[in-house]
Structures are given as C-alpha cells and as structure tokens.
Write a protein that binds this ligand. Structure first.
Ligand code: MV4
Length: 500
C-alpha cells in the first residue's frame, strides 16, 4: 500500500488532461510531458509541472522511456500513468518503471506481455472454457499442415499475426487456391510491422459485431466487469462511434460475457483496468479475441452508465487498495454514446486535415461531456493521431441519447479544419444505426462521400436533431421512417413528413 502523491502522465492531448483532472480531484500533484509541438497545449498548462521531452516526432519525445523515468526521479514523481497508445502496452516500459521504484498505473509487465501476443493469450485462457473462434493454437510453420487445418475449419478463414493489432497483418482466404499466397503476405507483413512473423488461422466470421467488456481487478485478486461497449461502427479498424450498453446484448448474454471476461483477466492474474474484446456473430455467439491492457479511448461511455471514474479506480488499484465495490453493486444507468471527432475530411477519403482551429465552440448542457486537448486558435500538429476530441452523451435510453448526440453535434462549432462530425451525424441518422441492426461492415455497406452532399448548414443540423424526435415518434406510433435516397434522412422531407 503506497499513497501516490505525484503522478506523471506519459501522454498528450485529451487523455493526458482527462487523467490529470481525476488526479487533481484526488489531491495528487500532476506532471505533464510534452514535445516541442505541444509546448502550448492545454495539458501542459493544466499540470502542476511540465517536462519537455524533445522534438515533435514521438520516437524523439513521447516514446523516450528512459527520459521519462529520469524526469520522474528528478521531480520526485511516485507514479506514471501511460494513457493509451505510446508506451501504454509496452511490457518493457512497465518493467523499467517498476524497477526504478516508480508505480506503474496499469497491469503487471507479465500481463501486458501475455496479452500482447494473441497466441500466448489464447493459450493462457485455454483451460478456462472461454468461447473462441475455431482455429490453430500455435504459429503456423508448415503450409501443408495449415492447409489441412483450414480444410477442417472450413473456408473462408482468416490469417492473423500473433503480434498484430488494429487489423494489421490480417488476411482473408476465401478458398484453398489462394491460401499459400495470402499466407506469405501475412507473414511478411507481420515481420515488417512487428518484427515477428508468427501467424495463425481462424474461421473467418464474415460480419461480426465488436463488443468489448470493461474489467477492473485489484492486486488482491478481486475482479469485476463493468458491462459492455458496442464498438461495431468503425472504419478501417478505427472506431467511429461507441456506445454502452449494446442494443443486442440481453441480461443473460451480458452476464455470460462478463463472466467470461473475468475469467480471461484471472487467466493472466490481471490487475488494473482492462478490456476483453469479443466478436459476436449473427446468432449472437460470442468469441474471445484479445485483451487490451490499457485504459481505452472509449472508456467514458462505461463511466457514464456505471457512475464510476475508471482513472480513479486505476489509481486506487495502483496504490494497492482493494476494490471498494463488488459485482452486485454495479448497475447500468441509462445509455451513453461517444463519437470521435477526427481532423479528417470525410468527403476526401478521410485524409487528415490539419491546420488551425479557427472557431472552436463545444456543445453544452446536461448529459454532455467533451474530452479534448485543444483550444480555439491552436494548430493541430501533424505528428500524432488526428483525433481532436471525443463527444460523449448520456441519457435515459438509446433513442434519447441519439437525439442528444445529434443536438450536440449541431451545436459543436469547428471551423478552419474539416472534421468527421458530419460523418458521425450521417451514421447516427441512419436507420440501420437507429434500429440497432448493424455490424463492423456498417461504413463499407452504407457510406460513400456523396451521402454528405446534403448541405450541413447549421439550420439543417438543427433540423437533423429534431429529426431524432421524429424517429422516436415514428417508433412509438409504428410509422415507417422515411429516408432520403442517400440514406441520411433528408431533414426537409422529414420535416414535412412530421407535419402530416
Ligand atoms: C476477426 C474477424 C472475423 N473473424 N476474427 C480485426 C482487428 C482485430 N482486433 C480482430 N479483428 C477481426 N477479427 C475472426 N475470426 C473480424 C475482425 C474485424 C473486426 C473486429 C473488430 C472490430 C472491427 C473489425 C473490422 C474488421 C474485421
């Protein structure tokens, strides 16, 4: 048990701020790190102290493990929170931090290491009876043996890199004829991306939903689940919208997935906050894929429905305290949605659109949370992830949360750069999203840049928000919802419809 008095956040932007806010509430002093590109960032101003790590590229700044640890020693820091990305899932970093006598706010180096390898993770959980996609449990070394296995599993199959993440090194094989070629590609992609060419095969689930379970574990062996997040709406493995709870998960399924997630965490003696990722097929069978050993970008939706501050829990766990609540104490309250606001142009193939935030006015009101790391007048640096903000809403139920999100998007004023807000409004207004009948192919199936050709002037966004009311009413009265030919409900037509 060791009280944390001073915390260094080894990150930048919105997540650095978000972590420091909680630290401040807990009476913990904060230290920010920054690169030369982030000198004037809000996270630097917010912190009690700040340390410049070096030039903008992350390998000369935010990834400098030794320099960060040195800064901790100089400033008398007791603990490091790594945030997400950068050094957050680097077992070597976690070990160095601990070896230097500094608390790492996160799981043990060995948990990070096991879960960093998909094959090691599968083997670790094998004896716990966790549902897994049929496939091989070790790296493929011989093409002939692999082909026999693929025949047993049945095509289509998916080749995955053991060290992979975010879809890198994944290859679909539709029939035996293309097995060898795809295998060679996957191996060389994995080798160059991760320095590890180990690949394995799985049955390919064609249009899965992506549902993940938040877990928290303490160092005394208590582990609880904080329900699911639905993250199926994604574009090229980049999540677009996340929500909690998922509209397809029943109480029984939630319990089964939650208990499976706890077993996964137990299998690697997990402590801290973690996320167990599942894919769910059309029959609602769920399969364990991997575990993320960090605080995730989309953690706020879980906070909104559970009332728990996940960063506060991470810090208490890191101090050695036992969890202050049990599974039975956790309840789902209402519904939460998050949209990620990227500085990308959805009309131009989502090309990063960096520049100056000429106007930047956040939406406000009850049940609205904006986690961001920029202010009006600032330049968005080109060196890092183009996510500029997360817009999170909470309301009584899903329909109301959608309405609230559309209103919040309409009230969000950003000029100077293109953002993905219009794209998010397109998704939220789409009947497949509203009905809950969607999977990871949503964007592929329904989106093309022309769909944004309706003019997203302010007035129309307001109408779009009122359209959500429309959606509610039509559901209630069993009327069929009318959409424009482009899939976005045309605010004007719908407005008329509403009057009929
Ligand atoms: C799969 C799959 C279908 N079948 N595994 C993509 C990233 C990695 N975390 C796992 N991924 C997938 N694994 C089998 N056996 C489909 C995906 C997948 C996916 C998963 C979650 C969220 C979005 C996705 C988008 C495309 C593919």
């Amino acid at each position: 048990m060791q009280k944390i008095n001073k915390l260094l956040v080894a990150n930048r932007g919105e997540i650095s701020l978000r972590i420091m806010r909680t630290a401040k509430e807990m009476g913990i002093r904060t230290v920010a790190v920054y690169s030369e590109a982030d000198r004037n960032s809000p996270h630097v101003k917010f912190a009690d102290e700040a340390v410049c790590l070096g030039p903008p590229p992350s390998n000369q700044s935010y990834l400098l493990a030794d320099k960060i640890i040195e800064a901790c020693k100089e400033l008398g820091v007791d603990a490091i929170h790594p945030g997400y990305g950068f050094l957050s899932e680097n077992a070597g970093f976690a070990k160095k931090v601990t070896d230097a006598g500094i608390i790492f706010v996160g799981p043990s180096p060995s948990s990070i290491e096991v879960m960093g390898s998909k094959l090691a993770a599968k083997n670790a959980v094998a004896k716990y009876g966790i549902p897994m996609v049929p496939g091989t449990d070790e790296a493929i070394t011989d093409i002939q043996t692999a082909k026999i296995k693929a025949e047993e599993i049945g095509y289509p199959i998916l080749i995955k890199a053991s060290a992979g993440g975010g879809g890198k090194g994944m290859r679909i094989v539709k029939y035996e004829g293309e097995f060898e070629e795809q295998m060679q590609r996957a191996i060389s992609e994995a080798q160059s991306a991760f320095g590890d060419g180990a690949v394995f095969i799985e049955k390919y689930i064609t249009s899965p939903r992506h549902i993940e379970i938040q877990v928290l574990g303490d160092i005394h062996g208590n582990i609880v689940y904080l329900f699911e997040r639905e993250c199926s709406v994604q574009r090229r493995h980049q999540k677009v919208i996340e929500e909690a709870p998922s509209s397809v998960v029943s109480p029984a399924m939630r319990k089964a997935m939650g208990e499976a997630a706890v077993k996964v965490a137990k299998a690697c003696n997990y402590y801290g906050a973690g996320t167990v990722e599942f894919i769910v097929d059309e029959e609602l069978n769920f399969y364990f894929l991997e575990m993320n050993t960090r605080l995730q970008v989309e953690h706020p939706v879980t906070e909104m429905i559970t009332g728990k501050d996940l960063v506060k829990e991470q810090i208490l766990i890191a101090e050695g305290k036992p969890l202050s609540f049990a599974q039975e104490d956790l309840k789902i309250n209402g519904h939460s949605l998050e949209v990620r606001v990227y500085a990308e142009d959805p009309k131009n193939n989502f090309l990063p659109d960096i520049g100056k935030l000429v106007t930047y006015v956040r939406p406000q009101g009850s049940g609205i949370r904006v986690d961001d790391g920029f202010e009006e007048g600032m330049d968005i640096p080109i060196y890092y992830d183009p996510m500029i903000a997360k817009l999170i809403v909470h309301d009584e139920d899903r329909d109301r949360a959608i309405q609230k999100m559309l209103r919040a998007i309409a009230d969000y004023q950003i000029t100077g750069i293109e953002t993905t807000l219009t794209f998010c409004a397109f998704v939220l207004g789409h009947e497949a999203f509203i009905s809950g009948d969607f999977d990871t192919k949503f964007v592929e199936k329904y989106f093309s840049p022309e769909k944004l050709d309706v003019k997203w002037e302010e007035s129309e966004l307001e109408l779009l928000a009122s359209l959500a009311v429309d959606v509610l009413e039509k559901k209630k009265y069993g009327l069929k919802r009318v959409s424009g030919q482009n899939g976005i409900s045309n605010p004007r037509t719908n407005w008329k419809n509403r009057l009929i």
